[in-house]
Design a protein around this ligand. Sequence first.
Ligand code: X90
Length: 276
Amino acid sequence: MTVKFVVDSSCDMRDTEYSNLTTVPLTISTDRRDWLDEDLDIEEMLSELETYKGRSYTACPNVERWMKAFEGADVVYVATLTSGLSGTYNSAMVARDLYLREHPDVKIQVFDTLSTGAEIRLFVEKLMELNDQGCSFEEICDKAKEYKKKTRLLFSLKSLHNLAQNGRINKAVASAIGMLGISIIGTASTQGTLEPISKSRGDKKVIAKMLEELKKLGYNGGKIRISHVENEHLANQIKAAIKELYHGADVLVYKARGLCSYYAERGAVLIGCELA
Ligand code: X90
């Protein structure tokens, strides 16, 4: 039996990391060009966008791409970017329906993670772990949904420009930031939208705030995944601070891919955490 795990590129995982993982790209565009979120040179994309005067936008993966990713599997677990901010979940669901008409014996479960980035990675790692333990399709679906209740996303953003330009945050949130050197700390709301928590000035305060928020959430040494947008330094500092307080915590730092780099923008870190 062939099992496949399929995710969109917002989860910042790469196909090369696992043999049974397929990532489906979103697209980032200006009126001049498109970047398909596959093996992108993030620095090049960010630099071009920073000097570009016109509008930029994104598009979710089309139905055909999802269907192609399902091919060859008997069981498919799909985890998508939040439906609160993107049509990605819908397009995966349409693809599932069409695919099942042609392949009625295949099992496909699509999960709306109501989140993005590092929190999706934790979710996919859990699906893989349950599959490795030999759990059934139904068990995996149930246990994964339970697991989702015990993970959170925290992030620090230095700019909300692209989120605001694309109507992904409300105006009140957008106007609250824009001052140089200020980072907005936030989380994914239960509806899968951006929920601001506070503002911090400077990396030291960002790190302190992250630790404080983790503690408030009841974090107690569980798995942590940290993706960053051209800011490995801050990501590593947060990792070191967590490891100092919670000995033995499993913390992984890696680069964000195109979609999260576009919306979270240069300097951002996204933290997925597993609560006790
Ligand atoms: O075109 C599309 O369908 C893609 C739209 C994506 C919109 C949001 C992506 C967010 C990326 C930004 C910070 C974290 C916010 C998390 C809220 C759930 C990362």
